[in-house]
Write a new protein. Structure first.
Length: 223
């Protein structure tokens, strides 16, 4: 490794520091990219409405929701008041993804500017600006991703008053559950349900009257 030692000694202190920043930053960026590609490190969680494991391709929403349930029933549309977990002001810049992006861009751009201009101060200033812009861009992407994930989470309160159809019979015993499909916001959803007015056979048209703990719907037969 004599060639590496000789090359390293010719760089000078500033370039050595920049290489020590750029190379680990690049390796971390590659690792992050691979982890995201295989399904780790997503930005935000919500209900997966692409899940086709349930009956007739209808997503199963019986697993529960973490959002703050609120909002008005207006045209089948609504929102969560729980807030975006990624929208937290200046601290949103200091995510792992943002810091890694800063280190990678700052290191390599600093080396390029130093080779081009030979002025260490100017090169470091320009490199810092580019690194900061990269970090801001990553923070913006994470924030937008969090909002998209939040928009995909259903506000269960919006189901109250909506019509639905029984597709797994609901027993008379209120401790036993069936299932219903409900159309809301141009989206068909599947939920566990009970009835307080007797058993309901399959294909019975119903209306949602209440939401119980665990996002279990209370339904009644529609006249």
């Amino acid at each position: 490794m004599q060639w590496f030692s000789d090359w390293w000694d010719t760089l000078g202190l500033i370039r050595q520091i920049l290489y020590c920043i750029a190379i680990p930053g690049t390796l971390l960026l590659i690792i992050q990219t691979v982890l995201v590609a295989i399904g780790f490190g997503g930005a935000g969680e919500g209900v997966d409405f692409t899940d086709t494991s349930s009956f007739d391709g209808v997503p199963d929403l019986s697993g529960g929701f973490d959002g703050d349930i609120s909002g008005a029933h207006a045209g089948g549309a609504g929102s969560l008041d729980g807030g975006n977990p990624h929208d937290f002001g200046a601290l949103g810049f200091f995510t792992l993804q943002g810091v890694v992006a800063f280190l990678c861009v700052f290191g390599w751009s600093g080396i390029l500017f130093l080779n081009a201009f030979g002025n260490a101060a100017l090169s470091l200033i320009l490199a810092f600006i580019l690194g900061f812009l990269a970090m801001a861009g990553v923070a913006r992407i994470i924030r937008l991703s969090g909002r998209l994930a939040q928009n995909g989470t259903l506000n269960m309160k919006l189901l109250i008053g909506e019509p639905g159809v029984v597709y797994i019979p609901i027993p008379e015993d209120k401790h036993m559950r069936g299932k219903v499909t409900v159309q809301t916001s141009e989206r068909m959803v599947e939920c566990d349900a009970i009835s307080e007015t007797g058993s309901l056979p399959i294909n019975t048209p119903v209306r949602v009257t209440d939401i119980l703990a665990g996002n279990v719907l209370v339904v009644e037969r529609m006249d």
